[in-house]
Each structure stands twice: as structure tokens, then as C-alpha cells.
Design a protein around this ligand. Structure first.
Ligand SMILES: Nc1ncnc2c1ncn2[C@@H]1O[C@H](COP(=O)(O)OP(=O)(O)O)[C@@H](O)[C@H]1O
Ligand SMILES: O=P(O)(O)OC[C@H]1O[C@](O)(COP(=O)(O)O)[C@@H](O)[C@@H]1O
Ligand SMILES: [Mg+2]
Length: 490
């Protein structure tokens, strides 16, 4: 199985340093396809909207903050309905699959793909694939229509089921071909989008008129390029409940520590935003920010100090934080899940035990309450803002497929819906950059030590000018963190 490569990338250069990272189109390899007028032009809701159709030359800049004399930079194709479509409504046979871990909003995305296809484009053949990629080559499929999906956005999880592993490109494309499917909507994280990319390549190799569309899903917000992933907002909101409980417990006990573990395998965004939102957190530990326990400037010294000052404290820990510390004290762990993701050791239990041991050894009173709400957080339905976001993502995905685009992920870039080529989504992960302003804001809100000596800051980062980091800039990691998902072998 190969990783998506940039070698077939469609890159268009324009004046003033303009670059378009374009997405493939069916006519790239099927040049004689017929076109049809977009049925939306006769839809009373849309026909009155001035300029409802997106201009073919519209694009969205990747970086919104630019320097006066800088080049125009990289852009993505703007999402939305096109005047011409490459599928007749009766011809469309779509399928939807959800893969990888759960995330709030999956059902909303499914609902809105079905609604967009049926209500906007008059499509009535839509199949749900049962239980992730391996469902393509299983017998069961789930027929979907507006009625079936009507209420599903009020439920957590995915009505289609999901799984890890089981990606067999040839078998999946055989199944797509055998069933006569010509639009494939694939909802999932970085692994899933890698899988979508190889499915697209195989479909192109076989010369099939099949649009392959990704919708990025990651509760950890670790997919690059996009502003944030759907469900992330809900996860941060839900995490507040655990942090509140931790705070109540901590305040009510002598030298109370409320300790909350949150998701975040390699990226600590949930922990960082939950901490910033709560303001009750005294210390936030994330995978990107190394820390140590013992000695001057260490975590244990900080805990003692904060307890002395306030009598209680709240610690938020992302599950991927401190893995290096644990491996020093436990035998190494090389286990992987079915998708090839490394299985982490439970740092929450280990760290809370280490804190307890430290206080016991020093005969100090301390009451630690450990809360692990991780699966509760991702099981909830999406909140209002994520519901709207999921709706726009799904609509954009459908408009793109109907317009003949393929091999892309639908994503929000600087507040606008775009079509992003797979290689941009899968080539790296989005991480919290600990030398960036957002982490500085967190440090100043918790007043925790950075645990970072100057020796920990990479040389190239030290040399960067201080000013040009724009507020809220997406974190294209400057601190290189080794790739974390492996090629999947069957
Ligand atoms: N490099 C890859 N090539 C093809 N399929 C992959 C690849 N990595 C992961 N997958 C498939 O994508 C699906 C989901 O991947 P996983 O890593 O579990 O979740 P996520 O998509 O959330 O990252 C699984 O079915 C897995 O087999
Ligand atoms: O236990 P599971 O189902 O494998 O999933 C747990 C993992 O999935 C994650 O949520 C990441 O998945 P996504 O970012 O793709 O949503 C991790 O934070 C977590 O460790
Ligand atoms: Mg993943």
C-alpha cells in the first residue's frame, strides 16, 4: 500500500506569486464526459440568490496574514455549487462510509450528505457502508434517504458503524465497481484520508467515472490546513464538565488535586483549549510540551508550590503527554491498533500514582481525584456550532462531487469552504506549537512552568523573527515531531 504522493499534484502558478494547490477533476482522465445544467438553478430556495454559483476562478488563501511585500502564496479551490454538473441526478449512485475513531458530528455529516444529495440534486440512490472500510467488501449495506437520517444528528456515534484496519484497496474498488457506485463520501481522520487517496488513485488507474471525496474527521484536531475539525468545539465544551467536577473535588478536599485526562494522542489541542476555556486549570500537560517530575522546576515541585499557595489545584493531561517519562520507568510498548496507530500507555494512571507516591514519601497530605472522561466526551452529539459546520462541510463535499471534482477533502480554510488535495491533508499532522502565541497564552493563564530549557528549543526556531507569527495562525508545526501513523499492512 502506498502513501499519497505529491507527484501527480495539480499546481497552478499565477502572477504575484499566486499558487493554486488544485484538486483533480474527472475530465483529467475522462475528457469527453457530458455536462448538465445544475438542477439548483430551478430550486426556488437557491435560484433567487445572486451569484449562487461559485466562479471557477475563485480560490481561498492558505495564509490569511500576509506581509505587505510578500507573495500571494498558496490557495485552495473555493468550494460550492457550479453552474455545470458532471452527473445527471438519476445516474448518481452514492455511498457514505465512516472510519476510525468516533467524533461528535459524524451523524450530522451523514445526514447532510444525504439531504444535500436528495434535496438539492434529486439523487435517490444512496448507500451507507456498514462498519468502515471493511464494510465495502461485506454483504450488508444500509439504504439511506432523508427519512432514515432525519433525526440522527441528535445522536452521538455513527449510524453506519466504524472500524480501524481492513483497508484493502483492490477489494474496495472492486466493490465500488461491482455495485455501480459513482460517488464515494469517506468520513475519517488522517488514516482514513490516506485510504481515500489510494482508493482515488486506483479508481483513476481503472479509468472509472467515480468521484472520491473525503470529509476530515478528528477529535484531536490533528489534521493540517483546515481551521479546525468538526466535533472539536463540542469536545472542548464537554471537557468543561469534567474540569468543573475536578475543580469541585479539589476545592472540597485538603490539598485537593483534580486530575483530568483528555484525548490527544499526538496533539494537545483539546487539553489546551479546554484549559483556556475553563480558567480553573493550574497545569496543562500536552504531548508537544515535554516535562519532568523530579527536582527544581519539575512538575512535583510546582504541584507542591501551588497547593501551598491555593490549597487545591486542577491538572489537565492529554493522553499522549509524558509518554517518554513512562517508557523510562516501564518496559517499552510496541503494540499497535488495527490501523497501525501506536497504542499508548495510560499516562493518567501512571502520573496520578507518581504524584501520590511523592506526597506519601514526603509525609504530606494530598487528595487526588482522577477523572478520565475520554470516551464520554467523544460519544456526545455535536453542539449547535458543530452542527452548522458539519452541514456546510457536507454540502460543499456534495457540490464538489456533482461538479466533477474528485480526490479531494472538503475543508474550512480561513473561514471559507474549500477543496484540498489529499496530499496536503496527509503529509503531516497538526500540532500545538509550543513556541507560538497560543501556548504562551495558556502558560500565562495557568502560570505553570514551561518545563522548557532553551536547550529544548530547536536552533532553527530560535533564529526565526519574533514578529511575524500571526494571532490564531494555524499551527504548521515548526517543531518537527516524528510521523506517528505507520503505513498499514494488510
Ligand atoms: N496509509 C494508509 N493507507 C490506507 N488505509 C489506511 C492507511 N492508514 C489508515 N488507513 C485506514 O483508514 C481507516 C481509519 O484509520 P485510523 O488511523 O484508524 O483512523 P483515522 O482515520 O481517524 O486516523 C482504517 O480502516 C485504516 O485501515
Ligand atoms: O480507543 P480508540 O477507539 O482506538 O480511539 C482512541 C484514540 O482516538 C483518538 O481520538 C484520535 O482519533 P481521531 O483524531 O482520528 O479522532 C485519540 O485521541 C484516542 O487515543
Ligand atoms: Mg488518525
Amino acid at each position: 500500500m502506498t502513501s499519497p504522493k505529491r507527484n501527480k499534484a495539480k499546481i497552478v502558478n499565477g502572477p504575484g506569486g499566486y499558487i493554486l494547490h488544485d484538486v483533480p477533476h474527472l475530465i483529467d482522465y475522462l475528457p469527453d464526459l457530458p455536462t448538465y445544467p445544475n438542477p439548483l438553478q430551478d430550486n426556488p430556495a437557491y435560484s433567487v440568490v445572486k451569484q449562487y454559483f461559485v466562479d471557477a476562478d475563485d480560490s481561498v488563501p492558505e495564509k490569511i496574514v500576509v506581509h505587505k511585500d510578500g507573495p500571494r502564496g498558496i490557495h485552495f479551490r473555493r468550494a460550492g455549487p457550479r453552474q455545470k454538473v458532471y452527473f445527471d441526478s438519476d445516474e448518481v449512485h452514492a455511498c457514505i462510509v465512516t472510519c476510525g475513531g468516533l467524533c461528535p458530528g459524524l451523524n450530522t455529516v451523514i445526514r447532510e450528505i444525504v439531504s444535500s444529495l436528495s434535496c438539492m440534486y434529486g439523487v435517490n440512490r444512496i448507500l451507507g457502508i456498514d462498519g468502515g472500510y471493511r464494510g465495502f467488501y461485506a454483504k450488508n449495506t444500509i439504504p439511506l434517504d432523508s427519512k432514515v437520517v432525519n433525526d440522527i444528528h441528535k445522536r452521538g456515534g455513527t449510524i453506519l458503524g466504524t472500524s480501524r484496519g481492513g483497508h484493502d484497496t483492490a477489494k474496495i474498488v472492486d466493490s465500488i465497481q461491482d455495485r455501480g457506485i459513482n460517488q464515494v463520501y469517506i468520513i475519517g481522520g488522517d488514516g482514513t484520508q490516506r485510504g481515500a487517496s489510494v482508493i482515488f488513485e486506483e479508481i483513476r488507474r481503472r479509468g472509472l467515472k467515480v468521484a472520491v471525496v473525503g470529509i476530515p474527521k478528528t477529535i484531536d484536531n490533528d489534521i493540517p490546513v483546515i481551521d479546525r475539525s468538526f466535533g472539536f468545539d463540542t469536545a472542548v465544551e464537554e471537557a468543561q464538565r469534567a474540569i468543573n467536577a475536578a475543580h469541585v473535588e479539589a476545592e472540597s478536599n485538603e490539598n485537593g488535586i483534580g486530575f483530568v485526562k483528555l484525548m490527544g494522542r499526538y496533539s494537545g489541542f483539546i487539553a489546551m483549549y479546554a484549559t483556556l476555556a475553563s480558567r480553573d486549570v493550574d497545569c496543562c500537560l500536552i504531548p508537544e510540551s515535554p516535562f519532568y517530575l523530579e527536582g527544581e522546576g519539575g512538575l512535583l515541585e510546582f504541584i507542591e508550590r501551588r497547593l501551598k499557595e491555593n490549597g487545591h489545584m486542577v491538572i489537565v493531561l492529554a493522553e499522549g503527554a509524558g509518554q517518554d517519562l513512562m517508557s523510562k520507568s516501564m518496559e517499552s510498548n510496541t503494540l499497535e491498533d488495527a490501523s497501525g496507530n501506536k497504542l499508548l500507555k495510560d499516562v493518567g494512571l501512571w502520573l496520578s500514582q507518581s504524584i501520590k507516591d511523592h506526597f506519601k514519601k514526603n509525609n504530606m497530605v494530598m487528595n487526588l481525584k482522577y477523572i478520565d472522561p475520554t470516551y464520554m466526551i467523544r460519544a456526545v452529539p455535536s453542539n449547535a456550532s458543530d452542527n452548522v459546520y458539519c452541514t456546510l462541510l457536507a454540502q460543499s463535499a456534495v457540490h464538489g462531487a456533482m461538479a466533477g471534482y474528485t480526490g479531494y477533502t472538503s475543508g474550512l480554510v480561513n473561514g471559507r469552504q474549500t477543496y484540498i488535495p489529499y496530499y496536503r491533508i496527509t503529509e503531516k499532522q497538526n500540532h500545538v506549537v509550543i513556541t507560538d502565541r497560543m501556548w504562551a497564552r495558556l502558560l500565562s493563564s495557568t502560570n505553570q512552568p514551561s518545563f522548557l530549557g532553551t536547550k529544548d528549543i530547536p536552533e532553527e526556531k530560535k533564529e526565526l523573527p519574533v514578529t511575524p507569527l500571526p494571532d490564531g495562525e494555524k499551527c504548521d508545526a515548526v517543531v518537527d515531531i516524528p510521523p506517528v501513523t505507520k503505513e498499514v499492512t494488510k
